[in-house]
Every structure is written in structure tokens, then in C-alpha cells.
Design a protein. Sequence first.
Length: 63
Amino acid sequence: MSESDELRKRVQQMRAKAKGLKDEAERATDPEERRRLKEKAFRIESESEQVSGMASGDIYPME
């Protein structure tokens, strides 16, 4: 498996994790827990976008 294939797989896993956290946040009854889960999902999505850029050959990370 090439490095770009591994990065694509990692991006898919990260996006799935972020979606799971968003879904869990929607079900959370505690507002603080909901906020924490949404923030964690956002951080993972941001990181996945950076990894995706590296996989596509974009040498400049997103800010």
C-alpha cells in the first residue's frame, strides 16, 4: 500500500470518527457534553482536511 493510499485511509477513518462524534453530540442530553463532542469532531475534521491536502500533493497545510 502506498503512502498516499494510507493517508486516504486515515482521512476516511478520521471523517468517520468525526461523524460518529457529531451523531453522539446530537443524542447528548448534557449541553456541556454536547459542546465538547462537537468541538472534538470539529478538530478531527480540520485535521482530516490537512491530511487530505497532503495526500493530494498540496504541500501547504490549511490554516
